[in-house]
Design a binder for this molecule. Structure first.
Ligand SMILES: NC(=O)c1ccc[n+]([C@@H]2O[C@H](COP(=O)([O-])OP(=O)(O)OC[C@H]3O[C@@H](n4cnc5c(N)ncnc54)[C@H](OP(=O)(O)O)[C@@H]3O)[C@@H](O)[C@H]2O)c1
Length: 282
């Protein structure tokens, strides 16, 4: 298995990262229920070799970025922190509450400035547009990212929740190095974007790689597979993603060191061909 990805041609990252959306309090809102554990999750991840963290201004809001700084600043040289902007957080998530979009260029700019301050860095390694805002001209949103990149405030630009048409349109404005879309054992649409990522050396960051814990009717067969191969359901799901494409860099989210360790160990799980086949038909 290929163990690393060269993000944007210059950032070598291991293929299992950490998503930080689970670190703030319930509803991705406010401080963590157990702050010490949240800090431990981040430090343990780095100790275990994770060097790609996915975060966003909207996680908390601000809380996940503040925790990253608290736990890890000054950062190890090889740590890559990917953040995002473009979603508002007027209230905690009330399931399945929407996160309103705001892609106004001046807002994206402001949020980049705030992320720089919170993370205490001179430049954001990867700045992702969280969602395209259909009420703002597309060129203005991507243009804001391009401008931040030109000014050196952002090293690389990524997109999130985009289709192939949007990705191609953005690439005509600014180099795009990653796409973050929902993709897991139960949600495999949008493979055209994945194929594009493979062909053009973009990283594909599947969000909700563990289906956010909701395996539904697939839970029973997955548990059986995990049991038969002395592994766990989460490890099966992550091993499948790592096997699915060399462009994929999963970013499982957790608030618990126990789960973090289990997830990282998934990189060592190799699923036999017949299991992969079985998973394809889930
Ligand atoms: N771009 C976007 O629009 C977008 C949207 C959603 C998420 N994201 C990013 O993607 C990351 C991953 O997505 P996600 O956090 O929503 O979902 P996920 O990784 O699919 O699942 C996280 C859920 O699974 C649980 N979990 C984690 N490891 C586990 C394990 N080994 N065993 C059992 N349960 C486990 C977590 O609970 P515990 O806390 O109890 O471990 C949490 O409830 C996020 O953290 C965020 O960085 C991006």
């Amino acid at each position: 298995m290929i163990e690393t990805i060269l993000l944007g041609g210059d950032l070598r990252v291991r293929r299992l990262g950490l998503g930080t959306m689970r670190l703030p309090g319930p509803g991705v809102w406010g401080p963590p229920t157990d702050r010490a554990e949240a800090v431990r999750v981040l430090r343990t991840a780095v100790d275990l070799g994770v060097n790609f963290l996915d975060t966003a201004d909207s996680y908390g809001p601000a809380v996940a970025e503040e925790l990253i700084r608290e736990a890890l600043h000054p950062y190890p040289d090889d740590l890559v922190i990917a953040t995002k902007a473009g979603l508002l957080r007027p209230e905690p998530i009330v399931s399945p509450g929407p996160w309103p979009r705001c892609g106004r260029p001046e807002y994206l700019r402001q949020q980049a400035e705030l992320s720089l301050r919170r993370l205490r860095v001179e430049r954001l390694d990867l700045f992702q547009l969280h969602r395209v805002d259909e009420t703002v001209p597309f060129e203005d949103q991507i243009g804001a990212l391009a401008q931040l990149r030109d000014e050196g405030k952002v090293r690389h630009v990524g997109l999130s929740g985009v289709d192939l048409r949007q990705l191609r349109a953005a690439e005509r404005i600014v180099p795009v190095v990653s796409v973050q879309n929902r993709f897991n054992l139960l949600h495999r649409s949008g493979t055209d974007v994945l194929k594009h990522a493979e062909r053009h050396q973009l990283a594909f960051l599947p969000f909700a790689p563990l289906a956010q814990g909701g395996w539904g009717s697939a839970a029973a067969p997955l548990e059986q597979i995990a049991h038969d191969h002395a592994t766990t359901v989460s490890q099966v799901a992550l091993a499948w993603l790592l096997h699915r494409s060399a462009a994929i860099l999963p970013i499982p989210g957790t608030s618990k060191v126990r789960h973090l360790r289990e997830n990282i160990e998934a990189a060592q799980v190799s699923l036999p061909a017949e299991v992969i086949e079985q998973l394809e038909t889930l």
